[in-house]
Each structure stands twice: as structure tokens, then as C-alpha cells.
Design a protein around this ligand. Structure first.
Ligand code: EPZ
Length: 438
């Protein structure tokens, strides 16, 4: 199992280029199921979740080409025929976002069989709102043997029917799943209390390029006029705002001077506003953020909120910064019920963090020392990388497959701006086999 080893103390200097957004690419790949024509997606990040989605679509019978040449990171998906509109437990258990195929499959094929995602390190993360929304659109839903089976009603011509949907809670993939399903429904669908994340708007841009009729994506009310058929399209995925935020914090933490290029600062407003409270100096241009990190960091309380608020996917990274800021920061996680697993690993490196329910009280200004630490989920592992960049000594981070799910070539990118980082296999040589019993 791969590990990453980081020797702390180097300021990050130079330019790092941001990859395409994993959380935009995943729904856009699922959207290709809605047509029998080729969909070409550019700026796809080379991360594990994309490979998992390729396998998922191919298993259904879609043709999926995926290439990461110098010139392009592109996938071409053609779901001409879908022999098996299913998402197996083997794949869904490795990536819960597989449930994004539920809506497109029901809309395109009239049936879908998708494994329930089960638990997750950061919380229960049910998909009840996805299911309720599909029922509003006329799908018949059964749940057994760990799978959700959804079918359209032959009495209604085998199509979903436009409806009014109000989400009980704001859900990103729930909004995306139902947005995709509604594009082929008979009649108009109005969805309220929708997620407003940029990834939702990016998905809608692709769907409209495919011939859908969507208005209001990116706001809390989205109107979709169903059409009979969608056609192929070419679309460029937006930059990854969470990767950008992660590198911005890395530059601030290491006291560097880093140009975070190829990002969209308009997606970073809450992050940049909070970091300004922490005393982080930045210069923002149309597609880049320069971080001048040679300023002392100050504590600031932070609450995670749905977009446009401070993103929960940046909470762990922010906590790493708070451990080095002068003063006490109270970090409140309002989205997921168990998203503080990185805290105990940071404490093992010398941080002073006390968890009280949804709040973490971080007493900053504590020097960090290198340790062997364990990644528990994608963003927790990013938090440990950030801590290791400023810890005294060599930190070993295990289970970095979590990191590989959402960060493209992170060690090359960090090495390219001065970090002392390397990836190794099993560090501790295997123990010699015990001598055969005499
Ligand atoms: C998306 O997950 C992201 N994943 C997550 O990013 C992100 O943390 C999350 O949105 C919140 O921003 C992708 O886009 C692939 P939700 P999602 O549905 O859609 C509850 C990462 O690190 N809920 O918005 O699964 C849920 O339990 C990942 O890249 C229900 O109760 O999150 C949570 O408390 C981690 N019932 C809240 O809503 C439902 O049917 C928000 O979850 C759905 C959600």
C-alpha cells in the first residue's frame, strides 16, 4: 500500500496548475448515459474516481475512451446500447458517487439497479432524497438485497413525468441526479432548495449543450422542460476549486509565494474571504490566485455551509492552517456528522484540538512534529499533507489511496514548487518469514 513521505520546512515557491474538478467530471460522465451519441469531456482530472467511473460505465455497455496526453485530459463516452443498466456493490462501495447513474439510467432505459452506497467514513450519507425525488418523477422504487431498483411505469409510456420537487435538505448529487433524470421526463420539472455548487451549473451547461432545456442551475430553483432525446456534445470541465483551495492553504502555511494557476477565483470567494481574516495575503486575477504567505497567521472561527458558504470539503485543510494560526479558532462542521477524523492525527503531530460534537476548538501556534499518520478519507488525507509540509522532520502518511481519489499527481505538483515529498511502497521491509518450525 503506497505511502507518502514529506519532510517539512520548505516554503512553496513558483506556479502550480489546477486540474479539472473531480466533482464536476463525475456527474458529467454519468450524463453521457442520457444519449446514444458520443459525449466528449475535456480537462478530466487523472484521479482514481474517474477510473472507477470509467469501469462503471463500461460495465453497463458504454464505450469509454479515457486519455491523459500532454495536450489533453479527455474522455469520450458513447452509451449507444446499455445492456446492463446496473451499478454493482463492488464498484459503488469504492465510490458512493456511483449513485449519480441512478437518474440517467431510469430516464434513458426505464430501469436501473444500483447498489445502496452504505456507510462512509464522514457520515451516514443516505440517498433517501435521490429516491424520493425519483418517486415524485413517477419512478417505481423497490429496495432489497442492498440494491435500489427503479423503473418507469409502462402505463405512462415508460417515461418519467415532470413534477414539482422541494428538497428536504440541500444535496449536491441529489440535485444532479434528479436534474439529469428530469431532462428526459415528459413535461416540466421545477426543483426547489437545490444545491448551488458550481459543479451543478457545470453539469447543466453540458446537459444544455446536449439539447436539454434547463434554467436556473446554480441557483436554488431549477426549471427543466423535458425533451424526447438528447444528442452528443463536447464540454470542458471547470477547474477544481477544492484543489485550488488546498494549494492556497499550503502556500499560506509554508510562508511561500505561490501562483495557483488555471483556477476560477469566482468559485473561491468564501475561502479567500476567510483566509483574509487569517491574515493571508493574495493577489487575484481572472484565472489565478497568487498567495504571498510571508505574513503571520491569525485565528478565525469557521463554519462549513452549502455553497456559496465555506465548503465542507475544505474543513480539514482549514483545520491544519488553524493549528498554526495565533489564537483559538472554532471550526464547526454543519454538513456531515463525522468529519473530524483528521483531528486526532493532527493531535499526534502536536496540534491542540478539542472536539465537542460538531465543533472543533483549535488552539493554534503549536509547532508540529513529524509522525507516522493514517489517512481516513480524501480531504482528511489532504489535511495531513498540509500539516506535514510544516512539521519538523519526516512525516509518513499511510493509505494515500484516499488522496489519489481526488488529487491529480499531488506529489509531482508539490515537488515542482519546492516541497520535499516522495511516494514509496511499503516502507517497513517485510519481516523475513519465520523459520520453519523444526
Ligand atoms: C457531494 O457529496 C460531494 N461529492 C462531496 O465531496 C461533498 O462533501 C458534498 O457534496 C457536500 O458538499 C460529489 O460531488 C461527488 P450531499 P454528496 O448530498 O452529494 C445529507 C469530496 O471530498 N443527505 O450534498 O453525497 C448528507 O448526509 C466529497 O470530494 C441526505 O440526508 O453530499 C449530508 O449530511 C466528499 N439524504 C448532506 O445531506 C440524501 O439523499 C449533504 O450531502 C442526500 C444527502
Amino acid at each position: 500500500m503506497d505511502k507518502i513521505v514529506i519532510r517539512g520546512g520548505n516554503p512553496l515557491l513558483g506556479t502550480v496548475r489546477i486540474s479539472g474538478a473531480k466533482n464536476a467530471a463525475l456527474p458529467c460522465m454519468a450524463a453521457a448515459l442520457l444519449t446514444d451519441e458520443p459525449v466528449i469531456l475535456e480537462n478530466i482530472p487523472q484521479v482514481r474516481d474517474i477510473e472507477t467511473t470509467r469501469k462503471l460505465l463500461a460495465a453497463m455497455g458504454a464505450e469509454v475512451e479515457l486519455g491523459y496526453g500532454r495536450a489533453h485530459h479527455r474522455t469520450t463516452i458513447c452509451a449507444r446500447t446499455l445492456a446492463a443498466p446496473e451499478a454493482s456493490y463492488e464498484l459503488v462501495k469504492t465510490m458512493r458517487a456511483s449513485t449519480l447513474v441512478l437518474g440517467p439510467l431510469v430516464a434513458r432505459c426505464g430501469r436501473a439497479r444500483v447498489s445502496l452506497p452504505g456507510g462512509c467514513a464522514i457520515g451516514a450519507r443516505p440517498i433517501d432524497l435521490h429516491i424520493k425525488g425519483l418517486e415524485h418523477l413517477g419512478a417505481k422504487i423497490t429496495q432489497e438485497h442492498g440494491y435500489v431498483e427503479a423503473t418507469t411505469d409502462p402505463q405512462k409510456g415508460g417515461r418519467l413525468k415532470g413534477a414539482e420537487i422541494v428538497f428536504d435538505k440541500i444535496t449536491v448529487t441529489g440535485t444532479e441526479d434528479l436534474l439529469m433524470a428530469a431532462t428526459l421526463a415528459d413535461g416540466e420539472t421545477v426543483m426547489q432548495n437545490c444545491a448551488r455548487e458550481p459543479e451543478v451549473a457545470d453539469l447543466a451547461a453540458l446537459l444544455n449543450a446536449m439539447g436539454a432545456k434547463i434554467h436556473g442551475a446554480g441557483t436554488s430553483t431549477i426549471r427543466i422542460k423535458g425533451v424526447d432525446k438528447l444528442h452528443g456534445a463536447r464540454h470542458r470541465i471547470i477547474p477544481d476549486r477544492i484543489e485550488a483551495g488546498t494549494f492556497i492553504i499550503a502556500a499560506a502555511l509554508t510562508g511561500g509565494d505561490l501562483n495557483v494557476a488555471g483556477c476560477d477565483p469566482a468559485h473561491l470567494t468564501a475561502i479567500l474571504q476567510k483566509l483574509a481574516e487569517n491574515g493571508v495575503k493574495t493577489a487575484v486575477k481572472a484565472d489565478s490566485v497568487r498567495v504571498m504567505g510571508d505574513h503571520p497567521l491569525a485565528a478565525a472561527d469557521m463554519n462549513t455551509e452549502e455553497y456559496p458558504g465555506f465548503p465542507t470539503d475544505m474543513q480539514a485543510q482549514y483545520m491544519a492552517l488553524a493549528t498554526q494560526a495565533a489564537g483559538t479558532s472554532i471550526v464547526t462542521e454543519n454538513i456531515f456528522e463525522n468529519r473530524f477524523m483528521h483531528a486526532q492525527e493532527l493531535v499526534r503531530m502536536g496540534a491542540n484540538i478539542k472536539i465537542e460534537g460538531r465543533r472543533a476548538i483549535v488552539r493554534g501556534g503549536t509547532p508540529l512534529s513529524a509522525a507516522a499518520v493514517l489517512a481516513s478519507d480524501l480531504r482528511a488525507s489532504a489535511s495531513l499533507v498540509l500539516a506535514a509540509l510544516v512539521a519538523d522532520g519526516e512525516t509518513i502518511i499511510d493509505r494515500v489511496y484516499h488522496l489519489d481519489r481526488g488529487y491529480e499527481n499531488i506529489e509531482e505538483k508539490l515537488k515542482g514548487v519546492g516541497a520535499e515529498i516522495r511516494r514509496v511502497g511499503n516502507i517497513f521491509p517485510k519481516r523475513a518469514a519465520a523459520p520453519a518450525q523444526s
